[in-house]
Design a binder for this molecule. Structure first.
Ligand code: BES
Ligand code: ZN
Length: 629
């Protein structure tokens, strides 16, 4: 029988107020608790059946082989079995399963199904004995396991040692660990990783201990599978504060640490606003430039692209974002990928609050305005069904939901609530959301019920000002979306207008312009002539910019409008940077230029092997690339 209220954190807080939260968690996870409602909701992106059998802890034991580009070893799952007759089903993708045993070393019968197509992978079904509590799976990854990118030394900053990193979100962890790959299922874990001499291994763990060529890790908080991550390379660390450090290759570490000088201040800002940081350390690891994302919020250690190292802290909002996920995403997690906006919309909102707190209102407002500009642009191109926060992703790759809708429309919804109810009530509401759902995975419906109970129903007059169902289930951008205006942008817009009206570029007053203003400026330059582009480049040296955001925006304009002097820089950029957010608009711009298709395909042919599988997947489609052809 299903109890109405699961043994969740809230329930325990009421009945066992004196127990430490960690004890509570153990109690809540115990075999006696009936599965939480989100475990009963089917996840279309996993074959796991957690309401029957689920993993509560896993132990990873792997050896990394950089020559063969494979990891081999085992994972042991500790199980909660609510249905004693049901098998244990885990997700796999491109894995070789070598054997399955129970805690006594007895072989268990297993079946690895055919590949289920596209992103689904192959479910591994394991028959359990009556008393089986642990299952050990012996396996090997393959060189094409999508989560893993194995880099040659030439692809790293220092060019001395190879490098490996994993990227689990959304459903790629199954390509390096056989596990129940659904964000609704949380596990604690530990690991032992063996790497070649001279390499350091790090993971998204609270605890790390190195012994010879082996490193052990432990995560004592239950996390969803997509947050298990590993990196291995020639790495070093520099402390920023007692609990914060920056990790990078030695040749980059100083630059990285200087850029993230404010890291501890950011964590403190977030704690002040949204409650305690519950993960112990907060470190940031800078990866080689092929990393397909800007950042990934792996617990205790954010993975970041080196392309945010601009030298002037102008792109650190990305770190504020990944840090904010320590609350929205890692502490309170989307239960399925259709609830992705609960992770990202909340996180963008928190990010904006951190930026305001640490760098001031002006900076925050400009960043919000740029985000809204991007959202409005993207909404013009998205089909209506993809414009809703609570998007239907059945039979689709969860990656399809990774649009500005989840991010910027989600954040705008929270800003609207803040605008109507005021900051004080909003902050209290958010804090309760995090505190009362810590270490849980939740659906949009749960959020809406909580919103109703804690905010809307407390003031019906105010509540009437927000059409919640339109925000969550409607298309487009609601009319009441708050879009702040920036004084600094007014100056930029005036400059764009006068340039278009033939004022020479070198007469524009740009003395105290910051990065966000340059980005606004470039977004305002529509269909320039090659001569105008040459003039701009002469005046502002865009082609030589060391700021990746400015450079990539400029390169897209340059190639679209036939400014050949930027071609060499574009080639170099596409050959070294693998960040999808930059690659897509740049390849699109090449495609749109004269003779563009051939040119784009020829660059891509050379660059493709340097990109992570995630970027490859997107670009193969954009560029009509057939692997092997
Ligand atoms: N969690 C995301 C990255 C992600 C989302 C990876 C979905 C795979 C699937 C991360 O927090 C993120 O949003 N990164 C952004 C940066 C941010 C400042 C908007 C990125 O990488 O561009
Ligand atoms: Zn994010």
């Amino acid at each position: 029988m299903v109890r109405k209220e699961p043994c969740g954190y809230k329930f325990c807080m009421r009945t066992l107020p004196l127990l430490a939260p960690c004890l509570l968690l153990v109690a809540c996870q115990g075999t006696n608790a009936s599965p939480a409602p989100w475990l009963q909701t089917p996840d279309p992106h996993s074959f796991a059946r957690p309401a029957q059998v689920r993993s509560k802890h896993l132990t990873l034991n792997l050896t990394l082989d950089f020559e063969a580009k494979v990891a081999t070893g085992s994972v042991t799952h500790e199980l909660i079995r609510d249905d004693k007759t049901a098998p244990f089903v885990v997700d796999t993708n491109e894995l070789s399963i070598l054997g399955v045993t129970d805690e006594a070393g007895q072989d268990l019968a297993w079946d690895l199904a055919e590949d289920q197509g596209e992103w689904r992978g192959r479910p591994l079904t394991i028959e359990l004995g009556e008393k089986t509590e642990k299952v050990l799976i012996q396996y090997a990854t393959s060189p094409v396991s999508e989560a893993m990118q194995w880099l040659a030394p030439e692809q790293t900053h220092d060019k001395e040692k190879p490098f490996l990193f994993t990227q689990g979100q959304a459903i790629l962890t199954r390509s390096w660990i056989p596990l129940q790959d659904s964000p609704a299922i949380r596990v604690t874990w530990d690991a032992r990783i063996k790497a070649p001499e001279g390499m350091s291994t790090v993971m998204s763990a609270q605890w790390r201990k190195r012994r010879g060529t082996s490193t052990r890790f432990k995560m004592t908080r239950p996390v969803p599978s997509y947050l298990i991550a590993l990196a291995c390379g020639r790495l070093t660390a520099l402390p920023i504060s007692g609990r914060c450090a920056v990790w990078a290759e030695p040749g980059m570490i100083q630059r990285a640490a200087t850029e993230l000088d404010d890291l501890e201040r950011m964590v403190q800002a977030c704690e002040e606003l949204f409650g305690p940081y519950r993960w112990g350390r907060y470190d940031v690891l800078f990866l080689p430039p092929s990393f397909p994302f800007g950042g990934m919020e792996n617990p205790c250690m954010t993975f970041a692209t080196p392309t945010i190292l601009a030298g002037d802290k102008s792109l650190v909002a990305l770190i504020a974002h990944e840090l904010a996920h320590s609350w929205s995403g890692n502490l309170v997690t989307n239960a399925t990928w259709r609830d992705f906006w609960l992770n990202e919309g909340f996180t963008v909102y928190l990010e904006q609050r951190i930026m305001e707190h640490v760098y001031g209102v002006d900076r925050a407002v400009m960043e919000i305005a740029l985000g809204m500009q991007g959202l409005q642009q993207e909404l013009k191109e998205l089909p209506e069904a993809d414009q809703v926060l609570h998007i239907d992703l059945t039979d689709r790759n969860p990656d399809d939901g990774m649009t500005a809708v989840a991010y910027d429309k989600g954040a705008a919804f929270l800003r609207r609530l803040e605008q109507v109810f005021g900051r004080e009530r909003m902050d209290k509401f958010l804090r309760e959301w995090f505190d009362e759902h810590a270490f849980q995975s939740l659906t949009t419906d749960t959020f809406l019920a909580f919103l109703d109970e804690r905010l809307l129903s407390t003031d019906e007059k105010l509540a009437a000002k927000v059409n919640v169902s339109n925000w969550v289930k409607g298309y487009g951008l609601p009319d009441d979306a708050p879009i702040p205006t920036s004084e600094r942008f007014h100056a930029v817009d005036a400059a764009v207008a006068s340039f278009v009206a033939n004022t020479p570029a070198n007469e524009i007053d740009t003395v105290d312009w910051v990065t966000q203003q340059w980005l606004r400026f470039l977004s305002g330059i529509k269909s320039p002539t090659p001569e105008q582009l040459a003039e701009l480049d002469e005046a502002f040296a865009f082609t030589r910019s060391g700021n990746s955001e400015i450079l990539s925006a400029w390169l897209a304009i340059a190639v679209r409008n036939g400014y050949a002097k930027a071609d060499a820089r574009l080639d170099l950029f596409l050959m070294t940077v693998g960040r999808r957010k930059f690659l897509v608009p740049l390849y699109q711009a090449v495609l749109a230029s004269e003779g563009g298709k051939e040119r784009a395909q020829s660059i891509y042919k050379r660059a493709r092997m340097r990109y992570h599988a995630i970027s490859q997947r997107t670009l193969d489609e954009l560029l009509d690339y057939k692997p092997g052809a």
